[in-house]
Design a protein around this ligand. Sequence first.
Ligand SMILES: [Mg+2]
Length: 351
Amino acid sequence: VSLIAHLDADAFYVSVELLRRPELRGLPVVVAGSGPRAVVTTASYEARKFGVFSATPASRARRLCPDAVFIPPDFPFYREASKRVMDILRSHVERVEVVGLDEAYLDLDGLISPKAAMRRLIADVREQTGLTCSVGIGPNKLVAKVASDAEKPRGFVVLSREQACERFAASPPGLVPGIGPKTVERLERLGVTTLGALAAAPDELLAQQFGANHGPDLRRLARFEGAGQLTLDRVAVSESRETTFDCDVADAEELERILDRLTARLCEGLAKADRRGRTIAIKVRLDDFSTFTRARTIGAATNDPAVVGEVARALLREFGASRPVRLLGVRVASFDHAADAGEVPQLRMAV
Ligand SMILES: [Mg+2]
């Protein structure tokens, strides 16, 4: 059985703004554009009490909560904060799938005590960035996602699939990602207004109403069966090149030349895939098989062999191999995933 966590930063854009404007803490704060069709990207929990949520039209938000502090979105600033959070995630868990500036799935398979590991991760994020997160843990992405939303802010909800079915049986079908508003309407017309009812609906009825594939899919979603398209993508979190020598190498200049060649190959691969990373690491195995890694994180993501090479050579010099070297490698990690998310905030069930 696999174990997946979904981590979602609480009121992310607002929380990031409060880091530089702490005097606004405790007030209704709304991050929203100012155009005529602008919508709220994030509302603080204080503003939500007035009925202002993500995707509320900004004009309506101003009517509902005229005393709220309205802040225009500053996406470069949020992306920077997002990178800091995601880097911390990647330093705790090997397989991370970033799905937005403020949310990611983490593969907890193989961790000895996954819950304790997630508690440490959240504490680390809080300490290093001042941001709080909610976490859901479950056997698949669907359970994890819904669980992370269940007790925001600062939620920590662990559910088996069966527990998820039970807990959300009375919730509307739209709670589950993948069941959109149009489907919800059609289900309502059929008298199916809860996830429990959808989970128990006859396959024939669903197939007849929604098609032979989509109908049964809906029922599987209502039963929190997260197979198929909802399994975790194994996204590469780092790229590396390494080589084991036929004869151990003791000469420092020779080692740097080899490192340069590895760096050139690595950066060529990264450039082809249009990937850049901020963490540059070397791996050194000595002739007694002791293995060391040294890493440094730089300010901007890169795949430039000159930049990567300079950092890698500096790391090698600082390491100062005490014995002949058997294996040498170079690695780039902390890829610039957040940039992939783009500037357009996605509308989600909850932010
Ligand atoms: Mg969020």
